[in-house]
Design a protein around this ligand. Structure first.
Ligand SMILES: [Zn+2]
Length: 270
């Protein structure tokens, strides 16, 4: 396929998906605009399999958010954003993947770029699956750093169910990575392992360094800032002010990409 035709088809496909995501409420208007550019770059510069990987991530994670939104509503107190993903969230989850598709166009004979791309999407998919399914866990979540039980919805908290879901989310991208790679085993393993570890890294960053606020009126911890849902100003009680959930997600995507590229090359499939 010529590049101009591929770029044109990519624009049409990205427009259709972004528009549908906005209409169904999966994305805000700003989120849909960013999703259009992420999808366009991914299909236009990467190609069909790159678009498949992105769509697998997008549909499986938005599908889970949609299925389990009732469970999450009870926790919306803790989470700073609603179920509609906004521009920053889309960029944090898919921005690096789109950039790697552009890198592929410059370096078409470097197969580690595909592994890195799938590793980045596997990490954000594993994180989303872990979060969406993990909230259904009957046993209370635990701190990933010291294993103690923590309140539901705490940043970085993990459960056996959530970790299993993360592994499933990473494995799904690993299967796509394997299907379209000249070295299926190396690519599949690299994407699955790095996606799962990327989500674990997300949990550690979330618990240890993510900005957490306190509402003095409701006497509760929250991600909401500068104002709580009740309207009162919130105060930083721990974590780094600039390290919000979006920065944590981007860091997980970056970790997944770097680790996948390294594992793929270690596997002898450079
Ligand atoms: Zn409050």
């Amino acid at each position: 396929m010529s590049l101009s035709l591929q770029v044109a088809i990519g624009a049409a496909l990205a427009l259709a998906v972004a528009w549908a995501a906005w209409k169904t409420g999966a994305l805000t208007g700003g989120g849909a605009v960013v999703a259009f550019f992420v999808g366009w770059a991914t299909f236009g510069f990467g190609g069909a399999w790159w678009a498949v990987a992105l769509l697998v991530f997008f549909f499986s994670s938005s599908g889970l958010s949609f299925l389990f939104q009732r469970h999450k509503q009870a926790l919306s107190e803790k989470f700073s954003k609603g179920k509609r993903r906004d521009a920053t969230q889309v960029l944090a989850n898919g921005g690096l993947a789109a950039l790697l598709a552009v890198v592929h166009r410059w370096m078409p004979s470097a197969p580690w770029v595909w592994a890195a791309f799938c590793g980045s999407l596997a990490a954000v998919n594993a994180d989303t699956w872990g979060t969406e399914i993990g909230v259904l866990s009957k046993s209370p979540p635990r701190s990933i750093l010291n294993g103690r039980s923590v309140p539901r919805g705490t940043s970085g908290a993990v459960s056996a169910l959530g970790l299993s879901a993360s592994l499933g989310g990473a494995l799904l991208l690993g299967l796509v990575a394997a299907t379209a790679s000249p070295h299926p085993l190396a690519a599949g393993l690299a994407a699955t392992v790095s996606g799962f570890l990327g989500a674990v890294f997300d949990s550690i960053l979330g618990e240890r360094w993510q900005a957490t606020y306190f509402c003095p009126t409701c006497r509760t911890e929250t991600e909401h800032h500068p104002l709580h849902t009740c309207g009162a100003p919130t105060q930083l009680i721990r974590g780094l002010r600039w390290l919000d959930n979006d920065v944590v997600n981007f860091a997980a995507a970056l970790a997944g990409a770097l680790l996948a590229a390294a594992l793929y090359r270690l596997g002898g499939a450079a």
